[in-house]
Design a protein around this ligand. Structure first.
Ligand code: AHG
Ligand code: MN
Ligand code: MN
Length: 284
């Protein structure tokens, strides 16, 4: 199978699973005993989604390994040239409050952990009022509505609006660094607050309306909360391909390969002007 065929098969599998993932949330809002490799509580729905995706993605021709934020190590499959990194449920704490959440996919042509230079495709599914899927392949960002597991293209070439409108900043305000607090107080004067507790929901607001999403380095968490491999790189790539920019505070999220599969990174994605201002303020 060609690389394009493998990517399409991964996208089809993830879209195809969307109805079952939605259904699986019912009755799986309880926390399991275990923790994920980031030391966070796991929802029963996290574990279910992770097991479902592992089985179906490793069954695809061309997919050699599967890694997820919910499991310590990379899982070896059959021979293949592609490696899939998944955040099976992003924003799973939103399941209890019935708010938006998503699935994040990165397809790499190098063994994991791998950086932006090895990313061949990325996608996210947003389980909102509708189920939608945003995909990046060959430099193009496409948004589709997912109905009964099938993608119906809505916007074939999605790009950020030139004029930013919304912002969403994570982390507790008392834990913001002085530099980030300075940046936030500027942006708050200019844009509307949209923060929903699931990166995918918040990033989709930025992709739709223009603006900036950030989960910054905190005084309590110097590398922030989000994972470079499973959240920073795929989402940074999608926003950059849509005409925006990303940074970890110093450089594009695609510029620094993860050393550890589960390492965290500060994440900023959005309109280029807002990302450049963040870098300028944080490096002042
Ligand atoms: P996940 O559920 O995959 O662990 O991701 C949750 C992340 C991300 O989706 C969101 O931006 C952030 O956690 C929210 O963190 P707070 O609860 O600290 O706001
Ligand atoms: Mn998750
Ligand atoms: Mn996540």
């Amino acid at each position: 199978m060609s690389g394009a065929d493998v990517v399409e098969a991964v996208f089809e599998t993830v879209a195809g699973a969307a109805p079952e993932i939605r259904e699986s949330l019912v009755g799986r809002r309880r926390y399991e005993a275990g923790e994920n490799p980031s030391g966070e509580q796991q929802l029963a729905a996290d574990v279910y989604a992770d097991e479902l995706f592992e089985e179906r993605l490793l069954a695809l021709d061309g997919v050699a390994t599967y890694a997820s934020e919910e499991r310590e190590d990379v899982v070896e499959g059959a021979d293949g040239d592609y490696h899939v990194a998944l955040d099976p449920l992003d924003g799973s704490s939103n399941v209890k409050s019935n708010n938006a959440m998503g699935t994040i996919v990165g397809v790499f042509d190098a063994p994991l952990p791998a950086g932006g230079e090895s990313l061949v495709a990325a996608a996210y599914v947003l389980y909102g009022p509708l189920t939608t899927m945003v995909t990046l392949r060959e430099g193009t960002v496409t948004e589709s509505v997912v109905h009964e597991g099938e993608r119906h293209v809505g916007t074939a070439d999605r790009s950020l609006p030139d004029e930013p409108t919304v912002y969403g900043f994570g982390g507790r305000v008392p834990a913001w660094t002085d530099a980030f607090a300075d940046y936030a107080s500027e942006v708050e004067q200019e844009l509307k607050l949209r923060y929903g507790g699931a990166m995918i929901g918040d990033v989709n607001q930025v992709l739709t309306y223009g603006g900036v999403f950030a989960y910054p380095a905190l005084t309590t968490h110097p590398n922030g909360k989000l994972r470079r491999q499973f959240e920073g790189i795929p989402i940074g790539a999608i926003v950059e391909a849509a005409g925006g920019a990303s940074t970890d505070g110093e450089r594009s999220l695609l510029a620094t390969p993860p050393e550890d599969l589960h390492e965290r990174t500060p994440v900023f994605v959005g309109n280029r002007s807002l990302i450049e201002r963040a870098e300028a303020t944080l490096s002042a």
